[in-house]
Write a protein that binds this ligand. Structure first.
Ligand code: MD3
Ligand code: FE
Length: 225
């Protein structure tokens, strides 16, 4: 059993390849590591660029709250300065998070070399309260086809994994729980996906989150200053 799990934790569950390149690892993060991530996200949520409900170009507002690290994302581009929030420069992407992203690829693809050339340079941190959802979309503002690493903490959600053609069926619904890792690479990198539902009250306070769901996605932007 990995050292990161205390005696009463289960450790990672069986890996599932939902589609080519899309791998789900239930319970990959132990409670200790989840608490550390929650603390890091709390600090980023305060500043330099505070967490916000992202405004959409046509006047709408997302129900999910987002704070970014490394590069600031807004629909539909990345910048170093958060012009749409407070004009501040986004927090630096920490080395420990690059290491975490590499370990995630090694685990998901069961290949000790899978993380060797992986250097994520941005993370989008989404916070969902009980009502928040994320509609079906593709992530295509990155100029790189490198995998996306997703980490979930707090309330369980329904994650909808679709297809690369359009936002309609066929799709597969997967429950994402606290500590779960999901990696989207290869042919799965540009699939439509969304979060139609959070299951309020399913959060374990031992994660450091009292309510809601936190999702961290690491990406490679393919951008240079
Ligand atoms: C599949 N986040 O931030 S994580 C997003 O739970 C986003 O907050 C969701 O979609 C969340 O863009 C889903 C799973 C995920 C993230 C990025 C992907 C799946 C992906 C990129 C490409 C393909
Ligand atoms: Fe996405």
């Amino acid at each position: 059993m990995d050292a990161q799990f205390s005696f009463f934790e289960q450790g990672p569950g069986p890996r599932t390849e939902i589609a080519p390149g899309a791998v789900h690892v239930p319970g990959w993060l132990g409670l200790d590591e989840q608490r550390r991530l929650v603390e890091a996200c709390r600090a980023w949520a305060v500043g330099p660029v505070p967490i916000r409900y992202t405004r959409l170009p046509r006047g709408g507002v997302m129900s999910v709250q987002t704070v970014c690290v490394g590069w600031h994302w807004r629909p539909y581009r990345y910048t170093r300065i958060a012009e749409d929030v407070n004009g501040a420069a986004v927090a630096e992407f920490p080395d420990w998070m690059v290491e975490l992203g590499r370990r995630a690829l090694v685990e998901a693809y069961q290949d000790p070399a899978a993380g060797d050339d992986y250097t994520p340079d941005t993370a989008l941190i989404n916070f969902y309260d009980g009502e928040a959802k994320l509609g079906m979309h593709q992530d295509k503002d990155e100029k790189s086809g490198a995998p996306v690493v997703s980490l979930s903490i707090g309330d369980t959600c329904v994650f909808r994994f679709g297809n690369t053609e359009n936002r309609t069926r066929p799709w597969t619904d997967v429950e994402l729980a606290s500590g779960d890792l999901f990696v989207f690479g290869g042919p799965s990198r540009f699939v439509y996906h969304g979060v139609p539902k959070i299951r309020p009250g399913t959060c374990d306070p031992a994660t450091g989150l009292a309510r809601g769901r936190l999702n961290i996605t690491m990406r490679v932007t393919g951008l240079t200053d």
